[in-house]
Design a binder for this molecule. Structure first.
Ligand code: UD1
Ligand code: UDP
Length: 351
């Protein structure tokens, strides 16, 4: 069986770290990796391939740093060329980025079977590019690998049981990675206090709205007076902070590789983020999380009080920081327990 995996952005490399390792154990599957180039800095891309021993991409399309339309359109064109040449049995896509959507569209036009890892997630906010990407991708997939019960229920609510596709509760591939790489974690070289908050900000809804971005930065400046805030800075956010001369007084570091990142998560007291993946990783490493968004796809974290949604309002952020009572009952299986990659490979072989 020949599978073409489409990767392009940081969280996809991390997810592929676990699934590609599982695929490589299976003699019956030949995986060919296509890197769209959506993320291209060394510490946003190559570092993950090196650290997680993901096979080097067979194709690198070099399409990054463009508008949504240009990026997605050019990816579709180039991925189609690869697929026509390679004639795979399956296309494998992860998550909800523009690279995911481009792979899904090519699969549907060329009638190649599509497997979507992280299917069924919904924020119900159609202004998010990710929400549109994941809905369109789900609709043309033959296997929908859902990380959670909520994701399965979302698909059922949208009538997917009547569609020609297979809905699978695979569990969450990021949990596989968190378990596998935990013992390989590496302490970053920056100055790190005993107690610190780990933060990331990169979502368009925060970076492209200066009121929201200013309010989040002011909140982190305030938190930093009480406890060190360490923030590995996404290049998107870096450019906008610099362009608008927004002042920060917390510890900003360059984006780190996954091994340093899991060290930072494992040793922090609290996570404050707008990242999807990091919200779950906080839970995997038994850390509370304040989410700087108005909604989340990972609703089970909110329901169980491991995570609180505060948006970008400074008062709400600081109120949650000072007062929110998080649950510490982390021993609950919300994401499948680390067998998602195995489950996905079994589904592919049995389909
Ligand atoms: C993308 C995904 C988002 C995901 C995030 C993970 C979409 C629509 N969004 O957002 O869901 O959470 O990746 O990090 O696909 N840049 C660099 N170097 C890089 C990568 C990006 O400088 O290696 C800069 C470029 O100026 C680029 C900007 O960041 O224009 C945004 O990158 P892009 O891939 O368009 O979106 P992300 O914000 O990274
Ligand atoms: N991450 C990382 N280095 C960083 C910041 C994040 O390795 O400097 C990891 C993080 O631990 C998680 C993944 O990147 O595994 C999440 O990606 P991101 O926040 O970019 O995207 P999202 O999950 O929001 O789509």
């Amino acid at each position: 069986m020949k599978i073409i995996t489409i990767l392009g952005a940081r969280p996809q490399f991390i997810k592929a770290g676990s699934v590609s390792r599982e695929i490589s154990k299976c003699k019956d599957i030949n995986e060919i990796i296509v890197h769209t180039g959506q993320h291209y800095d060394v510490n946003m891309s190559d570092i993950f391939f090196d650290e997680m021993k993901i096979p080097k991409p067979n194709y690198f399309l070099g399409i990054g740093g463009k508008s949504h339309g240009a990026m997605t359109g050019q990816m579709i064109e180039k991925i189609e060329e690869v697929i026509l040449k390679e004639q795979p049995d399956w296309i494998l896509v992860y998550g909800d980025t523009n690279s995911t959507l481009a792979g899904a569209i090519v699969a549907s036009k060329l009638h190649i079977k599509l497997v979507h890892v992280e299917a069924g997630l919904r924020s119900f906010n159609m202004r998010m590019p990710e929400e549109v990407n994941r809905i369109l991708t789900d609709r043309v997939s033959q296997i929908l690998c859902c990380p959670t019960n909520t994701a399965i229920q979302n698909l059922k609510n949208e009538g997917y049981e009547n569609f020609d596709c297979k809905i699978v509760k695979s569990g969450d591939v990021m949990q596989d990675g968190a378990i596998f790489y935990k013992n390989l974690a590496v302490k970053p070289s920056c100055k790190i206090s005993d107690k610190y908050v780990l933060s990331t900000i990169h979502r368009a809804e925060n970076t492209d709205n200066l009121n929201r971005l200013n309010s989040i930065v002011k909140s982190l400046n305030e938190v930093n007076k009480n406890r060190q805030v360490i923030l590995p800075l996404h290049p998107r956010t870096k450019k906008i902070l610099e362009k608008n001369n927004i002042k920060t007084n917390f510890t900003i570091i360059d984006p780190v590789g996954y091994l340093e990142m899991i060290w930072l998560i494992d040793n922090c007291d609290l996570v404050m983020t707008d990242s999807g993946g990091l919200q779950k990783e906080a839970f995997f490493f038994k850390k509370p999380c304040i989410t700087l968004r108005d909604e989340t796809e990972w609703v089970e974290l909110i329901e169980n009080r491991f995570n609180v949604l505060v948006g970008a309002d400074k008062d709400k952020i600081l109120h949650a920081y000072n007062n929110y009572i998080f649950s510490d009952k982390f021993d609950i299986n919300l994401y499948g327990g680390g067998k998602a990659s195995k489950n996905i490979v079994v589904e592919l072989l049995e389909f």
